[in-house]
Design a protein around this ligand. Sequence first.
Ligand code: HPA
Length: 362
Amino acid sequence: MKLFKDKFFRPDEEIEDLYGPPPDDIIEETDNTQKTDGPAPDDAEEDIPMGPVNEAEMAQMVYGPPSWFGEDKPHGFPVPPPPPRPDPYKKLLSCYNSVRAITDFKPKVALVLGSGLGDFAEKSVDIRCTVDYSQIEGFPISTVPGHKGRFIFGYIGECPVVVMQGRVHYYEGYSMQDVVLPTRLMHMLGAEVLFLTNASGGINASFSAGDFMLITDHISCFVPNPLIGQNIEQLGTRFPDMSKVYDPEINDIISDTAIELGIRIQKGVYLQLTGPSFESPAEIRMLRTFGADAVGMSTVIEAIAARHAGMRICGISCVANLACGMTDNPLTHEEVQASADKAAPKFRALVAGSIEKIAKIL
Ligand code: HPA
């Protein structure tokens, strides 16, 4: 103790020379801390209490008295009970009933529109009915500029579709259960296929801004799994297989459609991060070594929830920009949106053409 004090602190006299005598209340406090029950030993500094003496005392300092949460664990740390959670299946059923009160349309394909495809429905869908998200009680509503908020029911060619014009993202603060609720709802309404679209940052050095990437697989380990929590048995199994999330037969149809339309399409692995900040150059280098070809802030969790529920899935990513560090340009949402908008006519043709063909195998 003495050694410690000599080494790291100025002697008291030196401090008094510099700052004057300490105020009375500090002297009193110091006196109190040094009081001990027994006679003072030769070197009183040895007995200055250095902190809590055991785990239970430490726990009390951090968490308050043990009765706080009404439960004492043997190791001394009180553990709070898990907070009550709303039943996600009940919420799903109530959203389903809200939609069914407006329309009995039964879609075969569910299409989620990402950046750039915002006006897809007006241009490529024979619209029969629309349902604003605000008409569905408890439904999560997108706060992102450029993302609208409604379901559109109608036909692409002969194929009955439900189109999500505007999706919610985890970074908006919604729970994972809420973020995947629309996917589950569209399945409940009848959709067998989930067609996902998004804008992404290209990681693969052979990609260019404006390319399309057919998603062949995904990396989900940087976002919480949407199936965490009590399994919804009515939807699917506790441990769903993810070996072929992106349906090979449907992917072939999309590739063929791209060739027919003369649209170059890349293939690759899409990795979801939470966002909302874009990645750093070091993160992009790391993600490349992990095997990612494109990065974005959506899609993977929707694909997992859809696979859990037994849907067939496909996805196309519009590579709106090369990922951070691959060019000198800083990234902005406006630039991503503008680039996705520029690619929109081709994107629309590819998605609509593919869906018409997908309908034939359902
Ligand atoms: N990173 C993450 N998400 C994105 C990007 C990006 O570079 N571009 C479009 N969405």
